[in-house]
Design a protein around this ligand. Structure first.
Ligand code: WT7
Length: 680
């Protein structure tokens, strides 16, 4: 991993960071605190870490109280939170509310595509907590009837339809470990994740709408199933009534199965050990295949409960809208478990923000009176381009709180959210976290203690989280200097037992804890700066991971896809800054003998990546080069390629390659320039 020789300049999408700008909101006066008071309380919370998180966890309902807040697990750095405690997230999300006045409160408002020009949907479904609870119970019965029980594994390949949270909740009710595969993923992606988890059952759909087009998901699933023979049963949701291939004895329509389950069917929630796995979610890293991150029940629920209250200030009156897809961790934590545990009303939709017009979200905010809006910088940058008229067509006065997530937010995108969407009335934050962290770890806390806003900052670590920015030796950097973001103490919601990372506790230790040996610091692999108020500004990845429109893509994975094409012998991929997507992949490719470098081959390779790895990964440009720059020991000079791609000058890169002489780096750089010209 490349972790030394970091350039000093800190910008987000080319914009300078306004470290000194402070904004306080008159209408949030009662929540504002001084930075000093925040830091004092924060210090106490991490000094008394176990007492602190114990007091938060007590606010949840446990079947059995824990014996110990935090205990070392069976592998290094794989901790057990709330050891001895028993809990169930489906119970917390549903049964608790059904027993209360919230029984008839709306849990989900779902809006489908298609939408007419005025932005009005044809299909809207509203599910109360009671209806959701009933459906989850019936679906739990279906899973049980397939013989599935605690510890079994299933895969869920569904788009943004209500059945997605329903199946997640049914699985977690029974202690069945699930993995959700994003509906935009290819058959190869689906199959390898199902195989890695050892799933026995797959849940999918006939098809769904995206930008006015029908996506036939069952067809993709069928392709994946040929590569995953261990899948015994497939449940298919009927969304569009498409004619699909159904294999007798293997494939079942959900509605046929539901016909046999009475409304009164009741599936008792399993009493799950706090550290028992809830789900596995795959995410890209520096090398190798995507890693299956394991999240537990008790610690995860505790972090979600805390952040829903502190970060989102969630209240019973709120209409809460997170624009993510549930296929990513943001949706798991903040469209499903987090807001449901709090008994919130959640808006969920099928489609995209710019179809049929770039005001789909603004029309939804108006239509349902959304109060809390959680979105991404890429979408904001894209929607900003269409001008303010699309926003002004709608009444957004219901909004009271806005957050962003997924990648750094540049100050001008932040300002647009603050001025135009939030009309200077709403706090706007940038919540930092990762698939691995389970929930938000660095953020403004409008629901608990609000420090002044700054355009583009992540703010301070939340209470109970010891985040810091350190240098190459693991020492805190001086304020204003760039370094690596680390989490110094365990936090609830972190990757969990039994192995942190699916099947590979050793890889888990190596990837996250080896960089600063013996210190126990979790390496986030992000560059960050702490300003003089100690606010953290995460400025991008410090490893070979790209963030394209907020999606996490491993360059190694993408290179492997390119090399699997018959014309390619070697490939290197690097990120280029992009004003909308944040970053786009650029590929440098060495061809095998006998293949001609031409534009047809470029198109063919792009098509190949789209098919094998998905549309987000398609390189913006592919350059044919005669050879890739390598060190004497034969390693690709990644930093050189990265710097070259991002437009840094040779002066910046010559110091960056440890193993190569300056002359060598220079030669490689010139060679790269030359072959790029040749391939135009
Ligand atoms: C990486 C994790 C968290 C759910 C979605 C992404 C980047 C995430 C921010 C933010 C700056 C951010 C980091 C991190 N990131 N949020 N608010 N400001 N960077 O989860 O796909 O696991 O990606 O996303 O680089 O390491 P993920």
């Amino acid at each position: 991993m490349i972790l030394s020789g970091m350039p000093e300049e800190v910008t987000i999408v080319g914009e300078v960071l306004p470290f000194d700008e402070k904004i306080e909101l008159e209408n949030w006066k009662d929540k504002h605190v001084s930075i000093k008071d925040y830091l004092d309380y924060h210090r106490k919370s991490i000094e008394e870490l176990e007492e602190f998180w114990g007091s938060v966890a007590k606010e949840l309902e446990w079947f059995k109280p824990w014996e110990k807040v935090l205990e070392e697990g069976d592998h290094p750095y794989v901790y057990k939170w709330f050891k001895g405690g028993k809990i169930n997230l489906s119970y917390l999300a549903l049964d608790r509310h059904v027993k209360s006045w919230r029984k008839n409160k709306l849990a989900y408002i779902w809006e489908g595509e298609p939408v007419n020009e005025k932005g009005e949907p044809k299909e809207v479904k509203k599910l109360t907590y009671h209806e959701l609870w009933q459906m989850v119970n019936r679906v739990s019965h279906i899973l049980k009837n397939f013989g599935l029980k605690k510890g079994d594994k299933i895969a869920i390949y569904l788009p943004m339809i209500p059945e997605l949270p329903i199946f997640m909740l049914a699985a977690s009710r029974l202690g069945i470990i699930f993995t959700v595969i994003f509906s935009g993923f290819t058959a190869e992606n689906l199959s390898s994740r199902m195989n890695d988890l050892g799933a026995k059952l797959l849940i999918t759909v006939d098809g769904f709408y995206r930008r006015g087009k029908v996506i036939n998901l069952k067809e993709i699933a069928d392709k994946a199933l040929t590569l995953s023979p261990q899948i015994e049963k497939v449940v298919v949701v009927k969304r569009l009534n498409l004619k699909v291939n159904m294999v007798e004895g293997r494939d079942y329509w959900l509605n046929d199965l539901l016909d046999k389950v009475p409304y009164s069917a009741n599936a008792e929630p399993e009493l799950l050990e706090s550290e028992y796995p809830l789900y596995v979610l795959f995410t890209s890293g520096t090398t190798g295949k995507p890693k299956g991150i394991i999240h537990d029940n008790g610690g995860y629920a505790t972090l979600l409960h805390a952040t829903m209250k502190w970060v989102f200030d969630i209240k019973d009156e709120d209409i809460y809208f997170c624009t993510a897809d549930i296929g990513w961790v943001t949706g798991h934590s903040y469209i499903v478990y987090g807001p449901l545990i709090e008994g919130a009303t959640i808006l969920m939709y099928e489609g995209t923000p710019d179809y049929p017009a770039p005001d789909r979200w603004w029309s939804m905010i108006e239509r349902y009176g959304v109060t809390i809006f959680y979105t991404t910088p890429t979408a904001v940058r894209m929607l900003m381009r269409f001008g303010d008229e699309y926003v002004k067509k709608h009444d957004l006065s219901s909004l009271r709180l806005i957050h962003s997530v997924g990648e750094p937010i540049n100050p001008s995108a932040w300002r647009w959210l603050f001025d135009v969407i939030g009309e200077k009335r709403c706090p706007v934050g940038s919540t930092w976290w990762m698939t691995e962290t389970g929930g938000i770890l660095i953020s403004h806390l409008p629901g608990k203690a609000l420090i002044p806003l700054k355009p583009g900052t992540n703010g301070l670590p939340i209470f109970g989280v010891d985040a810091d920015v350190v240098d190459d030796n693991g020492n805190s950097v001086p304020l204003g200097k760039k370094g690596y973001l680390v989490i110094k103490k365990p936090w609830p919601g972190m990757p969990s037992a039994p192995t942190g990372m699916l099947g590979d506790p050793e890889r888990y230790r190596k990837v996250y804890f080896e960089r600063f040996p013996g210190k126990g610091y979790f390496l986030c692999s992000d560059y960050a700066v702490k300003d003089k108020d100690e606010y953290i500004w995460v400025a991008g990845r410090a490893d070979e991971v790209l963030k394209v429109s907020g999606h996490r893509i491993g360059t190694y994975e993408l290179e492997s896809v390119l090399v699997s094409h018959k014309a390619v012998t070697e490939a290197a991929v690097a990120g280029k800054p992009d004003p909308i997507k944040g970053e786009v992949p650029i590929a440098y490719v060495v061809l095998k003998q006998g293949f001609e470098a031409n534009s047809k081959l470029i198109e063919e390779l792009k098509r190949w990546v789209r098919e094998k790895h998905g549309p987000v990964s398609v390189p913006e440009s592919i350059f044919f080069v005669n050879k890739l720059p390598k060190t004497r020991s034969g390693k690709i000079m990644r930093r050189l390629i990265k710097a070259f791609t991002s437009g840094a000058s040779l002066g910046d890169v010559s110091t960056l390659e440890d193993e190569a002489a300056v002359e060598e780096v220079k030669g490689a750089y010139e060679e790269l320039m030359k072959s790029m010209k040749a391939s135009k």
